[in-house]
Design a protein around this ligand. Structure first.
Ligand SMILES: Cc1cc2nc3c(=O)[nH]c(=O)nc-3n(C[C@H](O)[C@H](O)[C@H](O)COP(=O)(O)O)c2cc1C
Length: 152
């Protein structure tokens, strides 16, 4: 199974750590939406969209990537990390997947070290996250998703 994950991970690379753990489990290409100007997602079996949560939502560039490049009916999944208040989480990207009739395979999220704004003064929140357990859960999430795709 060939997978692409389009992501934005800037604050502490928390989301990227989660994606790298998933990528160890299979044929996964990680696509940084700030680097790649365009992409062809037709040739992948499934596509993930991933982001840190900034201002209670997915980063806009990831949502725009989904709007522009996600093919109709492509199986999708979502991944995000957040400091403590996930807000709408992956909803904006999931809405686009819905508009394009894409089956949603699942969503993985966990906490990620956060030193934004006032949290910096107290040394940050969600220290040490994602931790080993988070990364093991992320690997399991991807293995399960892969197994379901292979059965279909
Ligand atoms: C500008 C900014 C806004 C943030 N807004 C939120 C938020 O609304 N809710 C939350 O739980 N965490 C928030 N965070 C914390 C990040 O979601 C968390 O640290 C995440 O793991 C960052 O992922 P990254 O390291 O992959 O960029 C914010 C961080 C930054 C820098």
């Amino acid at each position: 199974m060939k997978t692409a994950i389009c992501y934005y991970s800037r604050h502490h690379g928390n989301t990227l750590k989660v994606l790298q753990a998933m990528a160890e489990e299979g044929d996964v290409e990680l696509i940084d939406v700030t680097v790649r100007q365009s992409v062809r997602l037709e040739s992948y079996d499934c596509v993930g969209f991933a982001s840190g949560i900034y201002g209670f939502a997915f980063q806009k560039a990831v949502v725009e990537f989904a709007r522009q490049y996600l093919p109709q009916r492509k199986p999708v999944f979502f991944v995000y990390t957040y400091g403590g208040a996930k807000g709408s989480g992956a909803k904006a990207a999931a809405d686009i997947a819905g508009e394009k009739n894409c089956p949603v395979l699942g969503e993985f999220s966990c906490k990620g070290y956060d030193t934004f704004g006032p949290f910096k003064l107290v040394g940050g929140i969600a220290k040490g996250r994602p931790n080993k357990r988070d990364l093991e859960k992320a690997r399991r999430f991807y293995r399960d998703l892969q197994a379901r795709m292979n059965q279909a």
